[in-house]
Design a protein around this ligand. Structure first.
Ligand SMILES: C=C(O[C@@H]1C=C(C(=O)O)C=C[C@H]1O)C(=O)O
Length: 417
């Protein structure tokens, strides 16, 4: 049975999650949306490298929990995978032993009775998976010396625009329609700063999903896939403008975003990539859903909701994500050519930025977001990431501003200007 008990060490300062100082930040799991927040500690961590990470994580999870789903005590696992399958950084599966779930009615403690031996066996069966035993989460080394500054990022944008133009002229080897390019910024941060950042993100960005898994922390507005009782949904964002200073400015920016041809084009590639990838596994409600404008405290986005019913054999929420990732919201179109160009041009491995992050239960249901507006804890600090989609006609100076706007949530949460 699921043991539920009051947790004596829960205080209002951490908004209903377990005592924040009790474990290293990178060992904890945080997942919060609106009023509901989860925090997990202890338990098991599997790191996984090599090809086809999402499907292997899904298989590993199913092997570890298969045959023993217990409706009275369902076990949840959190995953955070990489943008690229050949990233030097590993994908992460975290199965906390103790969870605290906080909502408007209070806080509940949940002990997860995962089968550690089954998890260890499932990890041992995959030659590129490793179960951490008795060690802190291994943080990646910092890469600040390779990172682009504003000038470097603008040059990177220009290079991508040249490649897009060359392909447009028929001079490239293959067509290239859209590429999402990103930059990093490393700032100093201790565990206590990151815990405070979690609370600040929750307070300032209530429409987003706030997460921390293996030291990757952020507040994302984008959902790759949810799976619940046979229903699947996805929320695609692409095409952005900064917030205005006044309500009138904001109204004008929203109207411009809804009407702008280039931004609409950029959005359509992203929405199409999700619709096309979902169609074989999901019976879609609408094969051509129209975008709306989503307004966040720092930015306006074009947003498309995609919904449908999972077809037989569609797999777990992670299998659905495996069919989607990377979407053209973070990769580009066509996918393989864009991902190759990103690897060639960007100076820093994206690691788990722009990768799937979220949870999954024993039945394969769950919520998997896209890790944006986030940073990866590194030794001595945090490496923030942000990017933007490029289609012909993009203006490098505007892209520098946009990526700065997308870095804002984490900078502010860390107390930086
Ligand atoms: C790449 C990022 O965001 C993505 C790119 C967007 C764009 O180019 O307009 C908008 C939302 C996201 O899908 C990021 O936040 O780092």
């Amino acid at each position: 049975m699921c043991a539920r008990s009051a947790l004596p060490d829960v205080g209002p300062a951490v908004a209903g999650v377990l005592d924040a100082a009790a474990s290293p930040f990178a060992d904890a799991v945080v997942w919060a949306q609106g009023d509901v927040a989860w925090r997990g500690t202890g338990g098991w961590t599997v790191l996984l490298t090599g090809r086809d990470r999402l499907r292997r994580l899904s298989a590993l999870w199913q092997a570890a929990v298969a045959g023993r789903p217990d409706p009275a005590a369902p076990v949840r696992g959190w995953i955070s995978s990489t943008f690229a399958d050949d990233s030097a950084e590993p994908a992460v599966l975290r199965v906390p032993e103790r969870l605290a779930r906080a909502d408007a009615d209070g806080v509940r403690g949940i002990e997860q009775h995962a089968d550690g031996a089954a998890l260890a066996a499932a990890a041992a069966a995959d030659p590129d998976a490793r179960l951490l035993t008795g060690e802190d989460f291994p943080l990646p080394a910092d890469t600040a010396e390779h990172a682009w500054d504003d000038v470097g990022y603008a040059a990177g944008v220009r290079e991508v625009l040249e490649r897009l133009a060359r392909h447009g002229d028929g001079a490239g080897r293959e067509p290239l329609e859209k590429v999402v390019i990103s930059r990093t910024l490393t700032v100093p941060a201790e565990d206590a700063d990151l815990w405070r950042a979690v609370e600040a993100l929750r307070a300032d960005y209530p429409q987003t999903w706030v997460f921390a898994v293996g030291g990757l922390v952020g507040a994302t507005p984008e959902i790759l896939a949810t799976r619940h009782a046979g229903e699947v949904s996805s929320r695609v964002l692409a095409g952005s403008l900064p917030r205005g200073a006044t309500a009138a400015e904001d109204a004008a920016l929203r109207a411009r975003l809804a009407a702008d041809e280039r931004l609409g084009h950029e959005h359509r590639w992203a929405a199409r990539s999700v619709v096309d990838a979902l169609a074989p596994v999901v019976e879609l409600e609408d094969a051509d859903p129209a975008p709306t404008v989503l307004t966040l405290p720092n930015v306006h986005h074009l947003a498309t909701a995609v919904r449908g019913r999972l077809r037989d054999g569609g797999g777990t929420v992670l299998d659905v994500v495996a069919a989607l990732h990377p979407t053209a919201a973070v990769g580009g179109t066509p996918r393989e050519a864009a991902v190759r160009l990103i690897a060639e041009v960007e100076p820093v491995d994206r690691g788990r930025y722009a990768g799937p992050v979220g949870w999954m239960d024993e039945t394969g249901d769950g919520v998997i977001a896209l890790a944006l507006r986030c940073g990866q804890q590194v030794s001595g600090g945090i490496r923030l990431h942000a990017g933007g989609g490029m289609v012909p006609g993009a203006v490098p100076e505007e892209e520098v501003v946009e990526v700065g706007v997308k870095l804002q949530p984490m900078r502010r949460a860390l107390g930086l200007r």
